[in-house]
Write a protein that binds this ligand. Structure first.
Ligand code: NAD
Ligand code: ZN
Length: 362
């Protein structure tokens, strides 16, 4: 039973959010992406828990499940090829719709299958992690990793709809839920101080949070609105979309230096604290911004400093290799205060000297 549902409308699709909304998938899919056959692409953790209900909700007589092994290490061209071959072997053609049921790994990979299968078929995102609900499922970036780096091969392909059923979070491991909070904190910092306070409050009660309740609905809905608002202005990341990179320049560096042993959200939490300090040090951010960011990060039980095993030089080197480094200069998206970003007049991406970064990391 759906008690409360929210919808966020983007230019070309809508995001339906609520506890239990995946029961309405049949109606939603038939209205935005009707097809002769449906393929639910999921992973080995999510499939056994949620695929059967999703298949029933769509139409079990027309729906096939394709399961990939769980984990970032399987977001590859090989798995993309394997899934595509399974669809071809099962006779899927142009008149197909793909349903991505899982976290960001499944969403990115299934989205890339949809972008390329028969030169592009529609897909619907059914995110099952908090990170995927508030970040990865919205915006139309799809793709896979290569040995040279993450997300280096892909396509922009907007979903036909996103169906975020918060009740699916009930089976998500606690550390994954925690990691998702980092992106919610980020949304508060870049766009909405009042929301930042609500996220901080929810984060401090994370262990008792009811994923089917009003507070979780508010978190997902407001974060989606903020991300959608930014992406709507700048689908291909020429300007405003760069603000979403707050915490991610240092965050990605920490993540890669740990060989991905640290979860993305944990690395972003660390990155947000350092990058806030950088913004304050450069005179861009209001005094006290870093303290508030750190407080929210710690309330969520996320780390606020780099592991001592990762050196300052390793982080600087990794940051220079990041996609966001333009012509050797590393760019940062930095806040001016909680709720607003600096650099509107400079494309929202600010070049920062290694010396300044070194100081805040030390
Ligand atoms: N396209 C974008 O704009 C965008 C944005 C951010 C991140 N991403 C991508 O998202 C990926 C990370 O996503 P993620 O954090 O969701 O990771 P993930 O998809 O690997 O999910 C994390 C873990 O939780 C398990 N899981 C997922 N939902 C579950 C549930 N309801 N119950 C039990 N277990 C569940 C998964 O099997 C996995 O083991 C990265 O590949 C990243 O590049 C993409
Ligand atoms: Zn992120």
């Amino acid at each position: 039973v759906v008690e409360t549902t929210r919808e966020v409308a983007l230019a070309s699709y809508r995001v339906v959010i609520g506890s239990g909304v995946s029961a309405r998938l049949g109606e939603i899919v038939r209205s935005v992406a009707p097809a002769h056959r449906y393929a639910v692409i999921t992973d080995s953790n999510v499939g056994p828990r949620h695929a059967a209900a999703v298949v029933d909700a769509i139409d079990s007589s027309r729906t096939m499940v394709v399961t990939i092994p769980a984990g970032e290490s399987h977001k590859t061209r090989a798995v993309w090829g394997d899934v595509t071959d399974q669809l071809l072997a099962a006779g899927f053609g142009r008149d197909s719709t793909i349903v991505a049921l899982g976290g960001g790994v499944v969403g990115d990979l299934a989205g890339f299958v949809a972008a390329t299968f028969m030169r592009g078929v529609p897909y619907v995102q059914v995110p099952t992690t908090l990170l995927a609900m508030i970040d990865a499922s919205v915006g139309g970036k799809t793709g896979v990793d290569t040995p040279a780096g993450k997300n280096l091969v892909g396509a922009f392909h907007q979903p036909a709809a996103v169906v975020a059923d918060t009740s699916l979070l009930a089976t998500l491991p606690a550390e994954q839920l925690r990691a998702g909070f980092a992106e919610a904190i980020k949304h508060g910092v870049i766009a909405d101080a009042a929301y930042f306070e609500r996220v901080r409050e929810a984060a401090s009660q994370l262990a008792d949070l009811d994923v089917r309740g009003e507070q979780m609905l508010d978190l997902v809905a407001r974060s989606v609105e903020i991300k959608a608002g930014v992406v709507g202005k700048d689908e291909r990341e020429a300007g405003a979309r760069k603000t979403l990179n707050f915490g991610h320049t240092i965050g990605h560096a920490v993540e890669s230096c740990s060989n991905y042993a640290i979860l993305h959200g944990e690395a972003v939490a660390v990155g947000m604290v350092y990058e806030s300090a950088l913004a304050e040090r450069l005179g861009l951010a209001e005094a006290g911004t870093t303290a508030r960011v750190r407080d929210a990060v710690l309330a969520a039980g996320l780390p606020d400093t780099r592991p001592s095993s990762i050196s300052v030089d390793a982080i600087l080197d990794a940051a220079r290799g990041d996609k966001k480094a333009r012509a050797g200069r590393v760019e940062y998206a930095l806040p001016s205060r909680i709720g607003a970003m600096a650099g509107a007049d400079r494309g929202w991406a600010l070049p920062v000297s290694d010396a300044a970064v070194r100081e805040v990391l030390a």
